[in-house]
Design a binder for this molecule. Structure first.
Ligand SMILES: C[S@@+](CC[C@H](N)C(=O)[O-])C[C@H]1O[C@@H](n2cnc3c(N)ncnc32)[C@H](O)[C@@H]1O
Length: 260
């Protein structure tokens, strides 16, 4: 299935990064990474996650960001990193990674697997390219539940809409089991919910519906009138000060690869 989000909106990328940054920082703080690591950020988009990893790792390390979209890789490569260890970006497909076995000590993917038909296969690739003493870590949402208070019909429709749009919208809850099925000796799990009245949380829903609009229409999930109505309702909620927004839960799972 073709990728369904238009990721060219830098404002949306940065918004999502500001929201997700603490969740990823928390994960990074819990990992025990080997020294001198080579790190892979799979499905790196414009490189927000790659730059975050590079900023948190010491300078002796290096990070490679990989994305299937050459346009995003071009944009990511043109951005000056905010310090930290060296970064390179490469175009590539997560399903068949062009790296030798054991090429990395840390293999990371955020918000990639729910877009893919076969997350288990991609996870197996992540384990393959990771050194046995290294760490594989994945962060995914579970789109089944998100809401605002006072409530809105638009938020209630998200599970159905993204349920039809994304290849694996509920992969978050599966991750821990997938790590085990692939032989990860001791997977770790953390589930975190982001909630608050800050407008950025509500804005992210409106912007994501806009970014998926063409795919929603193309796939017959919404008509253009329905899309317009939905965007209008998300915007109304966005502009309602004091409205509490509870994001979809974020599942973080990490562990060592099975011994090859
Ligand atoms: C939602 S974005 C996440 C970007 C970044 N990791 C973050 O969390 O901000 C998902 C990214 O995965 C990329 N992607 C989708 N399918 C892919 C595949 N088969 N191989 C590599 N990248 C892929 C998309 O192009 C997109 O940039």
């Amino acid at each position: 299935m073709a990728y369904t989000i238009s990721e060219v909106n830098l404002e949306r990328q940065r918004l999502l990064q500001r929201i997700m940054e603490p969740v990823t920082d928390k994960l990074l703080g819990r990992l025990q990474l080997p020294a001198g690591i080579r790190c892979l950020d799979l499905g790196c988009g414009m490189g927000e996650t790659t730059r975050q990893l590079a900023a948190r790792l010491d300078k002796s390390r290096r990070v490679v960001g990989v994305d299937q979209d050459p346009e995003l890789i071009r944009t990511a490569s043109s951005m000056v990193p905010a310090g930290g260890c060296p970064i390179t970006f490469e175009q590539g497909d997560a399903i068949y990674l062009d790296f030798e076995d054991n090429s990395f000590d840390f293999v990371f993917a955020r918000y990639l697997l729910h877009h893919l038909n076969d997350p288990k296969k991609v996870l197996a690739e992540m384990f393959r390219v990771c050194h046995p003493e290294g760490v594989v870590a994945v962060q995914e949402p579970d789109c089944a539940k998100q809401y605002c208070y006072p409530g809105s019909w638009a938020y209630e429709r998200i599970p159905e809409i993204y349920g039809r749009l994304f290849a694996n919208p509920f992969v978050g809850r599966e991750l821990f089991s997938l790590f085990g099925q692939l032989g990860c000796p001791e997977p770790h799990l953390d589930v975190e919910t982001i909630a608050g009245v800050q407008v950025e949380l509500r804005r992210s829903y409106r912007m994501t519906i806009e970014a998926t609009g063409s795919a929603l229409i193309e796939k017959g999930i919404l008509t253009s009138d329905e899309l317009e109505e939905l965007v209008g309702e998300f915007r109304r909620v966005e502009e309602e000060p004091g409205t509490l927004c509870v994001w979809s839960p974020n599942f973080s799972v990490w562990g060592n690869p099975p011994k090859h």
